[in-house]
Design a protein around this ligand. Sequence first.
Ligand SMILES: Nc1ncnc2c1ncn2[C@@H]1O[C@H](COP(=O)(O)OP(=O)(O)OP(=O)(O)O)[C@@H](O)[C@H]1O
Ligand SMILES: [Mg+2]
Length: 249
Amino acid sequence: MTKPISLRGVSYAYPTHRGQMFALQDVDLLIPASQFCCVLGPSGCGKTTMMNLVAGFLQPTSGSVDIDGKPIREGAGDRGVVFQDFSQLFPWRTIRGNVEFGLEIRGMDAARRRERAEEILDLVGLSKFAQSHPHQLSGGMQQRAAIARALAYDPPVLLMDEPFAALDAMTRDVMQNLLAEIWQKTRKTVLYITHNATEAAFLGQRVIVLSAHPGRIKRDFAVDLPRPRDPLSDAFVHKAREIVAALGE
Ligand SMILES: Nc1ncnc2c1ncn2[C@@H]1O[C@H](COP(=O)(O)OP(=O)(O)OP(=O)(O)O)[C@@H](O)[C@H]1O
Ligand SMILES: [Mg+2]
């Protein structure tokens, strides 16, 4: 299952003691169903704000955000969300318990829940750790569990805010490859936030570059390199350079 995301004329202002402070301004972005779209921009340009708008945690100050043509409803089961920090899992639940959480609140019976959790844990390579608790896992494993939790109830849209930023470089490479494989298998619509141009070029079919504060869309790149992508190939390096240059413009 997969659905398009659209932002039309979206601005968002945080209230501050000096009045409204615009974090995003006039963002028009249509992400077709099944597209892997990376949003890239400098620190403070409004990336997390954009993600929170699509997740339904914030309401736009003006404009509209919708999934499959319908306004975002908080708590609706059409989005799986993965954040940067390792503390997003429920510490008191096992890894399987974390993955089953979304299925439980949707009323799936225990046997099917378990079957689904096993299937997804296998996809992210954590089957052996189903009974462990989050604190017993490394950072990379916890992020894999967070991805498994987000995928478990098969949401059409996956929202990820720098999910691998806190990992060491080697683990990050492994996770990027894993995510690219998962996307190829599931073809979910992915909104992936990052401040790393190479990561965006590696993962995205499309890379949106935001301007610095307040965030506006500055560039929109198609990345049509074949997968699996080789970050050392000339074509990749060329594309990554183009994106880095746009960031610095
Ligand atoms: N709760 C808040 N109240 C007031 N201003 C905020 C709030 N949250 C964020 N901002 C401001 O809005 C702007 C955008 O913040 P946001 O977190 O969306 O940026 P970001 O692109 O995700 O940055 P980073 O790459 O550092 O994560 C920043 O200038 C920030 O200071
Ligand atoms: Mg952020």
